[in-house]
Structure formats: structure tokens, C-alpha cells
Design a protein around this ligand. Sequence first.
Ligand code: PLP
Ligand code: ZN
Length: 396
Amino acid sequence: MSAERVRAATRVCYACGAATTAPAVRCDCGEPLWLPEVTDPTETDAPGMWRHAGLLPVDSPGGVADAVGDTPLVASDAVADFAGVDVSLKLEGHAPTGSFKDRGSALAVAAVEAGYAGDVRAVGTVSHGNMAMSTAAFAASADLPCVVLVPDDIPESRLGVIAQYDPTVVRVDGDYGRLYERSLELGREHDIAFLNSDVPLRVEGQKTTAVEVCLDAAPDAIVMPVSSGGHASGAWKAVRELHAAGRIDQIPDLHFVQASACAPIDEAFARGDDTVASVDGGETIAYSIANADPPSGDRVLTAARDTGGTVTSVDDDATRAALDTLARAGISVEASCAVALAGTRELVQSGRLDSDAEVAAIMTGTGLKEASGSADTARATVDSLDTVLGGVGVER
Ligand SMILES: *Cc1c(COP(=O)(O)O)cnc(C)c1O
Ligand SMILES: [Zn+2]
């Protein structure tokens, strides 16, 4: 076995340090596992995220995977004015299925094909949104069967987007929250690799968002929305690895933002607790991040404290104001991402983020899949169009 292969086949626990060579997802202590830390600075001319070959356990298998990563980092004066700080936006909506989940799906599916998840005949996931679309797309590209477990009441429109990649979709009636653990058990019995939100191989791919941000911009702080904690875990692993390798001088503060209607990690952080208790989540427009019982919640608390960051939450009005600001800058994101901009503003106003800092906010997914604008239209006939057009822009 080559050194690379050993590395990808081992999983370690960030909390208790235990290591295993089984393709396990969680440690006996209950915490999520991840791959051992790597510090190899090798970069290749591979496309997208695959350029950081020294940090990744596998190379791109080609196909749509080559379109993942290397997303733009942009700045806008209007957005900076709103936030009260110099903030750049990492536009993960540019990924093939429109969210950062593609980084995790692309890497995890490639690693499954390379045998790192054991002998499996299919991949699967538990999701009603972006992760389902993303996993199904990369499974299709690898010609691997894919099972997607969705809640029974999933909106038809979202089902249609998932279905275009032709996975086996199962609507599951009953306690959808229990499915995370249950799917992992069933996956072992049926030789299906469930690539759920925070499994080690997914985290390994999702760390590349923060790798790119740090190497492109070396910000003082990174602000991102958090739900299960899989993306946040990747960001934490990325900054640790880059710092250990001497590729960044300073570890940026990692700030995590939730929607206040469903904010178990924020509540635990505010109490000073080390563990996250599940909550009875309420409704929010940021439905992609409404996880009432986040599987990597404790790891997120550790990441925030370890880096000098925080966890906070914002209500839907604050999120709508951020969405409007972004839209007026020409940027369409999901409500779940606007939460990160609203959170940045809140952290500056409350003094937890220095207004002199250079901040990167992660816009985790495109808004083009969800219609959030209300169309205010003018009407005309071909003959009256002249008058209407004469008024365009006059009141600006
Ligand atoms: C999944 C998702 C998140 C949350 O990521 P976690 O890894 O579950 O914390 C945030 N934004 C968007 C758009 C997502 O799809
Ligand atoms: Zn452990």
C-alpha cells in the first residue's frame, strides 16, 4: 500500500485522537471522524480544486468533476457598505450543481470508486436539497447507482431537479431526523456508501473552499453558514493544514452563522457548552441550514473556539436585507448563504468582528434554484411601449 493510500484509508478523531483503518464515519466516543492531517504543498496543473493534489487523497476522475472548485472571490462596494467591513464573497453557486456540496460529492465519489469506502455497489445520501442533487450528479458521472432518501413532504419542484440525474429517490415517511444514523447502518448492511453531510470523504473535498480562500486572499476571518457542520469541519481542517504546512502565517477566525429559528449550535456556543443539544427547529427561509440536531455540531463549537471565532444567528428579516443587498449587486444566492452576510454585519455591529478586518464570506449556493424575488412588472402594448421606455431610469 502506498503512503497515499494508507492516508486515505485511515480515519482519526479530532476529539479523542483515536484512529481506525475501517471505513468508519464516527468514533467510538461518538464524534465524527476525519482523514489524518496532511501538509503536502504539492500543486499540479489539474483543473479546479484538484490543483491542491497534495491535500487530497485522490485525483480527479475527469468528467464533470473537473468543473468543481476554483470559484470566484468577488468584492462589491454596496455589499461592504452593508456589512460595515471589507468583505469578499466566495461564490460557490458557480459549481456544476450550484453549491459547495459538489466539492464533497466529487471527491467522495472519486474515493468510493478508488475503493476507499470498502466494497460498495452504490452511493446514497439523506437530503432534500443541494446534497441530493450534487450526490446524484456525481454518481451519474461515475456511472454508479445512487439512492436519495428525501422527506415525504418534499416540494415537487425540488424533486424534479434531483430526478434529472436519475437516482433512485425514496420518499421516507416518519422521523426524518433519525435517518442520518439509520442510513449509515443500512448502508453497511446493503453495501451502499452513504455520503451524508459530514462523512470523512465529503469533509475532505469540502475543505477546499477554505483552502482556495486562504491561498487567494489570506483573510483575517471567514464567515460561513452552518447546518450539519460538514462544511465548517472542512474549513477548520483546511486552515489547520495550511498553517501546519507554513502556507498561511495566521489561522483566520472562523465565524459560523445559523438562522435564529433553528440555531442549536449558536445556542450551545452562547451557553459556553462543549456539546450541542438538539432543538425543536422552527420555520425559516434559510431551509437549507435548518438542522435541529447537527451531527458535527460539537466539532463546530471546537472549531469556533480553537480559531478565535464565534457562532451567531440572524433572523429572517436580517437575511432578507442581505439577500436584497446581494441582488442589487447582481449576485443571486440562496437565503441560506445570505445568512453569512447578515451574520457578518451582525458580528461587526456587536463588536465581535473588527471593522478593520479583511473578511471572506462564503456564499454557499446559487439563488437561481429558488425564486425569492417578487416580480414587479410594467405592462405595455407595442404601441404604448414608446411611453413606457421613455420613463425607464428617470426616477433613479
Ligand atoms: C448544505 C448547505 C449549507 C450547510 O452546510 P453544512 O455542511 O450542512 O453545515 C449551507 N448552505 C448551503 C447552500 C447548503 O446547501
Ligand atoms: Zn473519538
